[in-house]
Ligand binder design. Sequence first.
Ligand SMILES: Nc1ncnc2c1ncn2[C@@H]1O[C@H](COP(=O)(O)OP(=O)(O)O)[C@@H](O)[C@H]1O
Ligand SMILES: O=P(O)(O)OC[C@H](O)CO
Length: 498
Amino acid sequence: MHARPRFLLAIDSGTTSTRAIVFDALGQVVAAAQREIQQYFPHDGWVEQDGDEIWASTIDVCREAIATAGIDAEDVLAIGITNQRETTLLWDAGTGRLLHRAIVWQDRRTADDCTRLKSEGHEAAVIDKTGLLLDPYFSATKLHWLLENVPGARQRAKEGGLRFGTIDTFLLWRLTGGKVHRTDATNASRTLLFNIHTQQWDPDLLALLDIPASLLPEVLDCAAEFGVSEPGLLGAAIPITGMAGDQQAAMIGQACFHPGMAKSTYGTGCFVMMNTGTSPVRSRNRLITTVGYRLDGRTTYALEGSIFVAGAAIQWLRDGLKLIHHAGETEALAGQAGETCGVYLVPAFTGLGAPYWDPKARGAIFGLTRETGIAEIVAAGLQSACFQTRDLLEAMNADGTSPITTLRIDGGMVNNNWMAQALANVLGVTVERPRITETTALGAAYLAGLKQGLFRSLDDIAVLWRCERAFAPQMDPERQAQLYRGWLDAVNRVRNQT
Ligand SMILES: Nc1ncnc2c1ncn2[C@@H]1O[C@H](COP(=O)(O)OP(=O)(O)O)[C@@H](O)[C@H]1O
Ligand SMILES: O=P(O)(O)OC[C@H](O)CO
């Protein structure tokens, strides 16, 4: 009898879209499926999504990817889940019904709550315990908002009738037919309720934010037995054995397994993550300390810089301004404008993330002249992701981490060669694009395969990484410094709005 083929199915529930990818045992893509997800902006600074749409699209793309791969569901050895992080959902433990739309990580509705908590002197303790800052980005104040604003929610929560989850937890709950309420240590580390030193939910933080412990999922390693999918959903009962937040999964997919190795992912937002080893490094420059991955109970930490708008600026050029029809058009357009046209777009649509953490800042375009056209605005949109990355690398350098000499890049935006070259120019370091830019999904698949023994260790995974193209800096350092000064000036002008 022949052994069944062994494939891994990764579910990548991103902010812009839901994807499912079937990988073979060597980490090669066999088939993929994708659906764009609707975003709602009910008020200035609010961003919501429909959890039921996320769920329905997840099942659709999984079925489509399995069918396109030409395999049976029984051929899937395991599922790995990766997801947009922090996005907050609350549902009824009995019926599984969602109480509200998902409050997305970009949502700023709890800015005043965070300001109040800071003014009461709580930030130092929060940083000590969680590695994060008091910012609306993280889940806890969003969850608190739901408990206070959805009629009856607080009472139901007190009675133990509700469950909280980030998207990973919600998908796991539904995939297992409402039987399993679990998350992994990376997703837990983004809630503002998880102590990254003890690796436990923190009772003091639960009290501070008035969150009942009964709402919270059990926290497992990233490669663990999370549950088994209901056979009726995908055609077989498939073990779910990998889970990580999407930026952490990208770090695994990029094989950044040694201290000092860094990756930067350009999806809706942009997130630079540096592996700092088994001891957490505390930033003095408003970066965050987070769980990189936890395997066999051992935690590897990372230093992270989080930017809220990268590819989302390109989406805005497409959907808001209607300057382009497809994101892919931006490469040729930006080439017409060049990197030094003097236009700066600061995409602070929902405030600024690291290292500024200014929830009230709003976006602007500077440097317009009669010569400015669509090409210049598009180039400025792409460059804004590059300048923001430079802000993060400057902060990491100021923190005394070993200087980044090469940066591994991935995410939807880096298929754009103009952007990748502009990034190398602005940073003054070589950026490396891997053969598989879907590193987020790949990381989730690796975790699932690790638990199933398909890979014996992280070394087995590291040898699979391949560079597709390296972009070396090509700009005169003086010109580069001048361009960056222009960016800093533009950022200063949008900050500290009331
Ligand atoms: N060729 C391109 N040039 C510039 N931006 C792009 C390109 N292709 C996709 N994008 C942008 O990348 C984002 C999608 O990347 P993806 O990694 O799929 O995001 P997410 O994980 O947040 O769902 C979108 O915001 C889109 O505008
Ligand atoms: O949707 P992405 O890929 O930009 O990632 C979102 C992050 O996880 C938010 O922290």
